[in-house]
Ligand binder design. Sequence first.
Ligand code: APR
Length: 248
Amino acid sequence: MTTTFPPELISFLRASSRVAVLTGAGVSQESGLRTFRDAQVGIWAQYKPEDLATPEAFERNPRLVWDFYSTRREGAGGAEPNTGHFALVEMEKHFDQFTLITQNIDGLHQRVGSRSLVELHGNLRRIRCSRGCGVIDEWEELPEVVPACPHCGALLRPDVVWFGENLPEDGLNAAIQAANTCQAFFSVGTSGLVQPAASLAFWAKKRGAVLVEVNYEPTPLTEYVDYAFHGKSGDILPDLVRVLGDAK
Ligand code: APR
């Protein structure tokens, strides 16, 4: 069953040049990667976040945290991008200024060639010095034992944002800039619960952008959006890009 889009949304998008998209774990769900909060199967359902994704957890038990991210890294490495990821690459071609902001660390948007990509929460492929001496690297294989920084000797850690940590400044600024200047803001596959990513849609709306939600189910954002499409992003996004292409 294909998605039907209100004609006024399609004509608005056809006349727009600046679009921002925020994605969350839902966009990678059809690639077989678990989301964080979906009940029962979500990653956090099995672990207490404070036991794994915080600087304190890494301090307390670096090997446990390292193993957790190694497992996720293997999962992401073995996952194939889905039709939603590819549709976002196509979508980018329809707008002069298109910014894809992702909360995902699985690297799938990067792998399919999304160009104007902002990785708000980092990327599993990269690791960096935990003391912040600036060493950052992409490792094909992660060693069993948590390696030490070749420069300062501190432990290396995944280059991802943990609970309680600040987001990379340049990424956050780029995301805020895109939210503040876009004509349409899409929230795709995210529960919209984690700040500051969850505020981007509201900042866009405040600046007059049209808000569109593409998510499997309603979220706290749903009541504020102009258009909500509830279903699989891997179905809805390709339908949208097809209609946009037809309209050209
Ligand atoms: N298509 C569209 N949406 C989907 C699909 C799908 N196939 N499958 C699941 N979803 C939706 C779920 O309904 C849920 O609302 O995706 C959303 C995923 O929400 P979360 O699991 O909360 O993931 P996310 O919003 O990305 O979490 C944000 O929280 O834990 C931190 O840093 C972590 O980046 C993460 C952030």
